[in-house]
Write a protein that binds this ligand. Sequence first.
Ligand code: M6R
Length: 604
Amino acid sequence: MCGIFGYIGSKDPLTVCLKGLEQLEYRGYDSTGIAGVIAGKIASYKEAGKISLLKQKINLRSLELAIGHTRWATHGKVSQENAHPHVDASQSIALVHNGIIENYSSLRDGLKRQGVLFASETDSEVIVQLVSSFYRGDLCKAVQQTLPLLHGAFAIALIHKDHPDQILVAARESPLAIGFDDEHTESIVSSDPNAFLGRAFNVLFLHDDEIACVQKGRVHLFDQKLVPIAKKIERFETDYQTPSKEGFEHFMLKEIYEQPKTIQNAMFGRADPNFEKFGFSEEEIKSFKNVWILGCGTSAHAGSIGAMYFEDLAKLPASCDIASEARYRDPILGPDTLVIGISQSGETADTLAAIREAKKQGCKILGICNVLHSTLTREATGSIFLKAGPEISVCSTKAFSSQLVVLNLLALHFAHVRGCLAPGEADSYLAELKKIPEQIQEVMQQAPTLQKLAKKYAHYHDFFFMGRRYMFRAAQEAALKLKEISYVNANGYPAGELKHGPLALVNPQLPIVAFCSNMKTQEKILSNLMEVKARGGPILAFAPKQLKEVAAVADDVVWLPSTLDELAPFASTIAGQLLAYFIAKEKGCDIDQPRNLAKSVTVE
Ligand code: M6R
């Protein structure tokens, strides 16, 4: 789960490579490194740490070409030795790798028996050592001989000291984009074409086991047998802007505060029962008998709320599954199931694998995504973009609220097409939805209160978040925010399940964070609060203004705007985002890049 980047061309390879890696840091930030060729020798530099550290220390002048890497550790601890690029024992070839080589251990043992000395604990190093063992003057041939031996997923880029005019790349189940300019003066290879730094490029994507020899402004493509192949070339113009915090202390806070605007962006052209075009005809919409939503983490939480929208608004059976589980299930699927893949990045490995399985079973795929040109949108039948702008903080905030908007309006559109709406129903629903950006401003005005509460609650080691129906999912999402950036244990649970086990946990050291905005179950959640109170658990409630009874039972209440149950997740989760942010700040955590995580999880 790493980012790889390579450059050959008229500009300074080191400078371009460093900039490219900065764009890929969302794929991992445990360690980083760059290699190139200088005067017939491989030169490389790597660091355990972020790219900012590499930038300060690297001193490689006059590279003829460069490959670089930003790592999220899988095999081998975070250390300089395990950082990429990896160089073979003869110091002739350097390699960067994204993915996992599942049979690396047996390959490594075999190479060791032949006397090869390894310098790292990684799975990736076996690739460069294997290529080296096959190399007889033709790098492409050596790569071709290596690929069939590898089990697992990879995108690789290699350079050889004797071939300073080429970068060799190959891929299997991992994205790899190659771009070259019209003048044939430069070429870039990257895990993500959005890292092409704001220039117009001709771009092609490698498919499984294809190999490319990339030269200045030129690409030679081969299949597994080294037969030259031609490929569709797309024109990409990426919008490169150095991400800025715009005066906020962290990207996360900036992104939380952007939500009134990003929610409006997500509504634009869609806040109407007639939704924008997204690749499915009305006949197809009518033909679906059920909806299956797939995603991971925060996207899965949005998907679970989305499934409720489809059932409540469009009267269509719908469910959401965590993609890493779904990909190994054997569900009964067919053309009448609409499969929705939901992902901020569009690169999450499990989500992609799950939709590919569904595709094999004849399902059409709708991708809901924030990143243009991402793998999800390239593989889906149709796509809807969140238009939330780049989300830099690992902790997802604005993408979540935009996902809710899109799922909500999509379900409303399905309801309209399927004739489930009473006259005037869509209008009154949309009127409530359009109030959300303003209501969120109201939540944000409570930031000082949330900061005070964070100070009060930051010393607890465990939290229990609960809610019912829409608020159960809001509780799960808020709990994920807290554990992700504050490193405290937080469980998100349906409040109705309390008596079936978790009530045993309740004690004065376990704050209960209760999300009370689901009015259909208001009496039930009040009873749950009483049960907690009777057992001495501190209660922090997030409640709509009209549910005054909460004040009598909770220790602290954050009052939220009143709205429909379906729309209550917006204010509740945004209040949860702020609480998590302030607790993390109180604890001095690395808020934008929490330990052990990456923005985009590109390996299984
Ligand atoms: O890019 P995706 O939406 O597919 O990412 C899925 C999860 O990895 C992501 O939502 C993760 O849970 C967030 N870091 C949570 O804040």
